[in-house]
Write a new protein. Structure first.
Length: 367
């Protein structure tokens, strides 16, 4: 009996070994399968899933506090998440992430989880922390140049493949990433931009906030402006007081048209700076080899979904040479997973996230 059990155990061991070899060989030879597995694991990791298989696929990422030279010559900081293994020839793809205004901090659990999830998917991830935007909820046009500096810094790391580096942003950070991608110093070097929950036109966003109405498909509908959005908006306009137009915009207007009239009365210097951080004014400057991936939650209370819809339409009409992929979901609250989402919606949203992220993860899985 013991001899029989020994033979069975040995055969099971051989079968398991053969199956393992076949799986490893299939993953090595059929890279789309590898990408699919890593993408599915990423989606499960960042969504409220009961199963988190990513730690089975890759070891714990290392978090490195990095310093770089900002556009003004001062020292900036960021956090890099990367798997600390592999020979030098196994260069990783890279992605710079900017969370924008009034952003979550470096120790926010969702921020850490996303950094680790992308690192386990094969990226070297670098977050940039803005002292003006992230900590004081101010919109700072100077951060565009700093994003360019961060991008160049990450490309120069010896563990990063400089031909596979992208930009990603959330909320206002998404729009800043889009504008930074138009900078002539890096426009031809960006593999992809992933813009989640951003705005297309800064002026349009400001007049929507003033009127409390969201623009979409040629019309507008009532919009209850989120307090975080309002805080950033107030910080932008308060320095213009006591100008009557600024006071009117802060008090609120009766319509989008009236808000546009008041906005046109603001100083030209202010309006020029607003245009400088508007993706709508940079759409012709993006590199033709940059893949644009845009995502927005349908019920986003901070930035209306119509902003991303107009961005995608503009890309399709004005830049047919630039690949664009658009995803709308209903499983996030702005850019964070909504823990109250029902199971059916979560499954549908998870599949949407999988499809959206597949080609981004493929950049990291490229040999």
């Amino acid at each position: 009996m013991l001899r029989f059990l020994g033979r069975v155990s040995y055969r099971l061991y051989i079968i398991t070994l053969v199956v393992a070899v076949v799986i490893v060989a299939a993953l090595a030879l059929f890279r789309p399968l590898t990408t699919a597995i890593h993408t599915a694991a990423f989606a499960a990791q960042v969504l409220p899933s009961p199963v988190k298989p990513q730690p089975w696929l890759a070891c714990e990422p290392q978090r490195i506090v990095a310093e770089f030279i900002r556009a003004d010559g001062s020292t900036g900081t960021g956090d890099i998440y990367v798997i600390p293994d592999g020979p030098p020839e196994a260069d990783r793809a890279g992605v710079v992430i900017f969370l924008g205004a009034n952003a979550a901090g470096a120790d926010d659990p969702d921020v850490i989880n996303l950094g680790k999830a992308l690192a386990r998917a094969g990226f070297a991830v670098m977050y940039y922390w803005s002292p003006t935007m992230g900590e004081r909820a101010q919109v700072d046009a100077g951060e565009i140049a700093n994003l360019v500096a961060v991008f160049e810094h990450l490309r120069q790391q010896d563990f990063v493949d400089p031909d596979r580096v992208g930009l990603a942003g959330f909320s206002v950070g998404a729009s800043f990433a889009l504008v930074a991608a138009a900078d002539t110093r890096i426009a031809d070097d960006i593999a992809f931009v992933n813009a989640f929950g951003g705005y297309y036109d800064t002026t349009d966003l400001l007049v929507q906030i003033a009127a409390g109405r969201a623009i979409d498909d040629g019309g507008d509908t009532p919009w209850e402006v989120d307090r975080l959005t309002r805080r950033v908006y107030d910080n932008m306009l308060t320095p213009l007081l006591p100008l009557p137009a600024a006071q009117s915009l802060l008090d609120g207007t009766d319509s989008v048209a009236q808000a546009r009239e008041r906005y046109a009365e603001l100083p030209e210097e202010f309006r020029d700076e607003v245009d400088s951080i508007s993706p709508s004014h940079h759409i012709g400057m993006w590199g033709a080899n940059t893949v644009m991936r845009v995502m927005h939650d349908q019920g986003d209370p901070l930035i209306p979904v119509g902003e991303s819809r107009r961005l995608v339409r503009a890309l399709q009409q004005q830049r047919p040479d630039v690949p664009v992929y658009y995803t709308e979901t209903d499983i996030f609250r702005h850019v964070r997973p909504d823990a109250d989402t029902d199971v059916q919606s979560l499954l549908g949203g998870a599949f949407q996230l999988y499809r959206h992220m597949y080609h981004i993860v493929a950049v990291a899985q490229k040999p």
